[in-house]
Design a binder for this molecule. Structure first.
Ligand SMILES: Cc1cc2nc3c(=O)[nH]c(=O)nc-3n(C[C@H](O)[C@H](O)[C@H](O)COP(=O)(O)O)c2cc1C
Length: 303
């Protein structure tokens, strides 16, 4: 490779990406909706909104509020369900040659495996599958799967039983057990970890809750960047070879670089996309500039 050329390719276990910058699930559509705004096919991967085996309306509005450090949402995983998604959204991604990741959720172990089964061939066509375990477990008093190593492992094992696709488990930062959840997920067959999902929060506007359900929701954006960096640093310290995708408050190339230096192998851009929908692509360009500034030509040199 010649002097000034950059090789940003990354390997996350079985997953190879042309570069380490992706969209974050739930922040850039179900399919190729954003393709008129940014070149989705230039990203390392475009991760689509989490899908269930069934269509789901999500939570009642209002579901989003802008806050000084980013955003709080109680969107609640609305979606068309995997079958309609395959008919209406997948063709657009395939037609544009977008390297995409899918994301699945469920309210029981069985619903997770039903989502994976329902994706069918789309799982092979995708780069990887994220398992969004930040949802209430109907079989365990609505406790989140992501807060219990044993329950998270049951989900991973059930999904692993129905697919050979690369699996990434998305961690919740809202528990002191996240390292245990990661360990259990890997032992159950996950290939890597995505960290982090949103941080539990509350917002009050005009004397009452700003969101549909009593104001509670998930905080995202700039303010959670240090929290994401900490979770990723702890994961890297504990699991030296674990493929890690870092997400949380990344809005610039410098944020992406910081996340890679904290130990992530790749990054995702979420809430920043609501401020400027081109942000994931701009983060990639800015990251390239940061690496050139440091005289780095290959991402491996950051290690
Ligand atoms: C409006 C909204 C919807 C989201 N939906 C999902 C989702 O469907 N699945 C998921 O795994 N994460 C979802 N997330 C979490 C993001 O993927 C990301 O983990 C989190 O927002 C932190 O990154 P950020 O600070 O860059 O937004 C959502 C976040 C937001 C703000």
């Amino acid at each position: 490779m010649s002097g000034g050329e950059l090789d940003l390719s990354v390997k996350l276990g079985p997953v190879r990406l042309a570069n380490p910058v992706m969209t974050a699930s739930g922040t850039a559509g179900y399919g190729a909706e954003f393709s008129t705004i940014l070149p989705l096919d230039r990203l390392g991967a475009h991760v689509v909104k989490s899908l269930a085996s069934f269509a789901y309306p999500g939570n009642p509005p209002p579901r989003l509020a802008a806050i000084p450090t980013g955003m709080i949402n109680s969107v609640g995983l609305p979606g068309p369900g995997v079958e309609r998604w395959r008919r209406e959204y997948l063709p657009g991604l395939l037609g544009l040659g977008v390297n995409f990741g899918v994301s699945i959720w469920g309210r029981s172990v069985e619903e997770f495996s039903a989502a994976a089964i329902g994706l069918g061939e789309a799982l092979q066509q995708s780069a990887f599958c994220e398992i969004n375990v930040s949802c209430p477990n109907s079989e365990a008093n609505q406790a989140l799967f992501s807060h219990d190593p044993g329950e998270a492992a049951r989900v991973v094992a059930a999904v692993r039983a129905v697919t050979d696709s690369p699996l990434f488990v998305k961690l919740s930062p809202n528990t002191d057990r996240y390292l245990g959840v990661a360990a259990a997920a890997i032992a159950a067959g996950a290939d890597g970890i995505t960290a982090i999902n949103t941080v539990f929060g509350q917002w009050v506007e005009g004397g009452s809750g700003a969101l549909g359900r009593a104001g509670g929701g998930g905080v995202s954006g700039r303010g959670i960047h240090p929290i994401a960096l900490r979770v990723v640093s702890e994961l890297r310290a504990k699991f030296s070879d674990l493929p890690i995708v870092g997400v949380g408050g990344i809005a610039t190339g410098r944020d992406a670089l910081r996340m890679l230096q904290a130990g992530a192998d790749a990054v995702q851009v979420g809430t920043a996309t609501f401020v400027d929908p081109r942000r994931p692509y701009l983060v990639l360009l800015e990251l390239e500039a940061e690496l050139r500034r440091l005289g780095i030509h290959r991402l491996q040199e950051l290690a």
